[in-house]
Design a binder for this molecule. Structure first.
Ligand code: DGT
Ligand code: CA
Ligand code: CA
Length: 567
C-alpha cells in the first residue's frame, strides 16, 4: 500500500512524501516479523523504530492493524485505480511517463491507453514519439499475455489444494493433476485434473459445488469445467474408469505435439492409441496397461518423464534407450544465490544458513548485490567486508559451509562492479546484467562475453534477463553466450524465481548441447524462498539436465576441488 501511495502522490506531484512512503515500504518489507506483532508487543514506539517509519506513517500502520484499511489510501485509490498504477510496470514506462500520460490524455486504465496508442495520440506528446508509442502497444500485449497465463507456482499451489480437497471429499480411487502443470511448463493456461472413480456423478457434484467455485462453465459425467474465485483460474476435471487411466494420464498430460508423435508410432506398431486406451488395430482388442510406464513399454519406449514430453527428440531417445537420467530435487546439495539484509533480502545470514540446513543442504553462497545496484541496496566495499566478518563468525557456529559470494553487476562496458581486491577474495563470483537493458544485440553480446572471459567470474546469473509477462529478455546472441561459457568453463544459472525461470528449459537444452555446466539457484530474498528450488529443477528437467550437469548437486569435496575452495 505504501508503494502504491507513493506512486499516486508522485502522479499528484506532491513533493517529498513519495520518497518517505517508499522508504517506509522498504523498512516494513525488510522486517522479519509482522507489523501487527510489532505494534501489539511494542506499541507505536516499536513501529517508529522501523527504518523509514515516522509519526504519521506509524499512525497509518496502526489504522491498518486495527481496521484492515487505510482511509487516505482508499480515497486516493478512487481517482487512481489499480489499472492506472499498474501502468508503471509496463516495459519502457515509468512513473514519470505515466504521470504525463494521465495529465495529457486523461488516461485511467490500460484500455484507455491502448485506445490512445491505436489512435496515435501518444506520439504527439512532448517527450514521447513513434517508437515509444510502438513500445507501449507491445508492452500492453505482454501484459495481456501475463493475465491470460498463470505463473507456475500460483497454479501449482491451487492445484495441490484442489487435489487434497477432492481426495478428502469425493468418492475416488486415484487423482492427479495433468496438463502443462505436470510438465512443469513456465506458465499455465488452465489446470487439468484427472480422477478414477466409479461414481463420476458424485465426484462432479463435489467439484462444481466447492466454495472456491465462482462459475460452472460445463458439467457432465466425464468432464466438468469451472472458474475459481481465486485469480479467475479455469479448472478442467475429467473422470475415467480404471481401465482407461494410463491412456488418459498420457493423453491429458500432453503435450499435444508429443502425443501426436506417440500415436503415429502406435500405428506403425499395429496399435491404435487414444485417451480411452491402447488397442490392437486389427481386432480392436484393448491392451491392458496398468500405468503410463507399461503403455510406453508396449510401444517399445523407455518411460519418458512428463517434463520431457514436448516433441524435442525425446521419443527417438526413448526408442534408443538414450534418455537422460534427469536431475531430481533430492539431488540438490546447496544453493548459490541468495540475498540477505545486506542488500534486498529480508533475513539475516544466520537465518538463511539455518533454513538451508533444515533442507539438508551442505553448502550455500551468500550473494548480495554489488554497489551499483542502488535500488536493491547494493553493498559498497566497506559493507561487503563487514559481511565477510559476519559470515566467518556464523560459519563457525554451524555445520553448513557458507561461501562468500556477491551478485555483481555486469556494467555497461562488461566490467564487474567491484575492484580486483574484492573479486579475488570472493569464493564464488556471480555476475548479472541489471541495468542498460536496451543495448544493441552486438553490444549486449560483447558486454556479457567480456564478463564471461573475466577470470574471476564463475556464474552468469539469469542469462536472458526476462521477467515473464513484464519484460522480454535483452537482445543477445545466446548461442554465442553458450559457446563462450562452455569454452571458458563458466557456469550458467537456472534462476528458480517463478517470474524469471531463466534459463528456461529450452535454452538450458541448447546450452547443454554446447557442453555448459549449470547451477540451479533460488535467488532467495528470504529463508522461505529456498523452497522455490522445485521450479528451477522443473526447468532443468525440461532442459534434459542430469545430476552431473548441475554443480549444486556436487558433494562438498567435489565442489571444493572444482572451485579451489578452502575448508
Ligand atoms: P495450457 O493449459 O495451455 O498451459 O496447456 P495444456 O498442455 O495443459 O493444454 P490443455 O489444457 O489445452 O489440454 C490438456 C492436455 O490435453 C494437453 O496437454 C494435451 C491434451 N489435449 C488437448 N487438446 C488436444 C488435442 O487436440 N489433441 C491431443 N492429442 N491432445 C490434446
Ligand atoms: Ca491445461
Ligand atoms: Ca484444459
Amino acid at each position: 500500500m505504501f508503494r502504491e501511495l507513493a506512486l499516486i502522490l508522485e502522479f499528484k506531484e506532491v513533493k517529498w512524501k513519495p520518497r518517505a512512503y517508499r522508504e517506509a515500504a522498504y523498512g516494513v518489507e525488510a522486517l522479519s516479523r509482522d507489523v501487527e506483532d510489532v505494534y501489539e508487543k511494542e506499541g507505536k514506539k516499536g513501529l517508529k523504530e522501523i527504518p523509514g517509519v515516522g509519526e504519521s506513517i506509524a499512525d497509518h500502520i496502526i489504522e491498518y492493524v486495527k481496521k484492515g484499511r487505510i482511509k487516505k489510501f482508499e480515497e486516493l485509490r478512487k481517482k487512481y485505480p489499480k489499472e492506472v498504477t499498474d501502468l508503471v510496470d509496463l516495459e519502457g514506462l515509468g512513473p514519470k511517463s505515466v504521470k504525463k500520460l494521465i495529465k495529457e490524455l486523461d488516461i485511467s486504465s490500460a484500455k484507455d491507453l491502448r485506445k490512445a496508442a491505436k489512435e496515435h495520440k501518444i506520439k504527439d506528446i512532448k517527450g514521447f514519439g513513434k517508437k515509444t508509442e510502438k513500445n507501449i502497444i507491445e508492452a500492453l500485449k505482454l501484459g495481456e499475455e501475463r493475465k491470460e497465463r498463470m505463473q507456475l507456482n500460483i497454479a501449482l499451489d491451487i492445484a495441490e489444494e484442489l487435489v487434497e480437497y477432492l481426495k478428502k471429499n469425493a468418492p475416488l480411487q486415484e487423482i492427479d493433476y495433468v496438463g502443462s502443470l505436470r510438465r512443469m511448463k513456465e506458465t499455465i493456461g488452465d489446470i487439468d485434473i484427472l480422477v478414477i472413480s466409479d461414481k463420476p456423478k458424485k465426484v462432479m457434484e463435489t467439484f462444481t459445488k466447492m466454495d472456491k467455485v465462482k462459475r460452472v462453465i460445463s458439467k457432465g459425467t466425464t468432464r466438468s469445467s469451472v472458474i475459481l474465485k481465486e485469480e479467475n483460474v479455469h479448472v478442467d476435471l475429467r473422470v475415467v474408469k480404471k481401465s482407461s487411466y494410463a491412456a488418459a494420464m498420457q493423453y491429458f498430460t500432453g503435450s499435444k505435439e508429443h502425443s501426436i508423435e506417440l500415436r503415429k508410432r502406435a500405428i506403425k506398431k499395429g496399435y491404435k492409441l487414444s485417451e480411452y486406451g491402447l488397442f490392437k488395430k486389427k481386432s480392436d482388442r484393448k491392451i491392458s496397461c496398468k500405468s503410463e510406464k507399461t503403455l510406453y513399454k508396449k510401444l517399445d519406449l523407455d518411460y519418458i518423464p512428463p517434463e520431457m514430453r514436448e516433441n524435442r527428440g525425446e521419443i527417438d531417445a526413448a526408442a534408443k534407450g538414450k534418455l537422460p537420467d534427469l536431475v531430481e530435487l533430492d539431488d540438490i546439495n546447496g544453493d548459490f544465490h541468495m540475498h540477505t539484509k545486506y542488500s534486498d533480502g529480508a533475513d539475516t545470514i544466520e537465518t538463511m544458513a539455518k533454513a538451508a540446513q533444515k533442507k539438508g543442504y551442505r553448502y550455500i553462497a551468500v550473494a548480495d548485490h554489488s554497489k551499483s545496484a542502488r535500488i536493491a541496496g547494493g553493498m559498497d566495499e566497506k559493507s561487503i567486508k563487514k559481511q565477510w566478518k559476519e559470515i566467518d563468525r556464523i560459519a563457525k557456529k554451524h555445520k553448513i559451509k557458507i561461501l562468500k559470494s556477491a551478485e555483481i553487476d555486469i556494467l555497461k562496458d562488461g566490467s564487474l562492479d567491484y575492484p580486483e581486491e574484492i573479486l579475488k577474495k570472493l569464493d564464488i563470483v556471480i555476475g548479472g546484467v541489471h541495468s542498460n537493458f536496451k543495448m544493441s544485440r552486438k553490444k549486449m553480446t560483447e558486454r556479457i562475453v567480456k564478463a564471461l572471459k573475466n577470470k574471476h567470474l564463475n556464474i552468469l546469473a539469469h542469462p536472458t534477463g526476462r521477467l515473464i509477462g513484464k519484460r522480454k529478455g535483452y537482445d543477445v546472441d545466446l548461442a554465442e553466450i553458450f559457446k563462450v561459457a562452455a569454452d571458458e568453463g563458466k557456469v550458467l544459472e537456472l534462476n528458480s524465481q517463478p517470474e524469471r525461470l531463466d534459463l528456461n528449459g529450452m535454452n538450458a537444452l541448447a546450452a547443454k548441447k554446447k557442453g555448459v555446466k549449470f547451477c540451479i539457484s533460488t535467488d532467495s530474498k528470504s529463508g522461505d524462498q529456498l523452497n522455490l528450488m522445485r521450479y528451477g529443477v522443473g526447468q532443468a528437467r525440461r532442459g534434459w539436465l542430469e545430476k552431473k550437469d548441475v554443480i549444486n548437486t556436487y558433494t562438498w569435496k567435489k565442489l571444493k576441488k572444482t572451485f579451489r575452495l578452502k575448508d
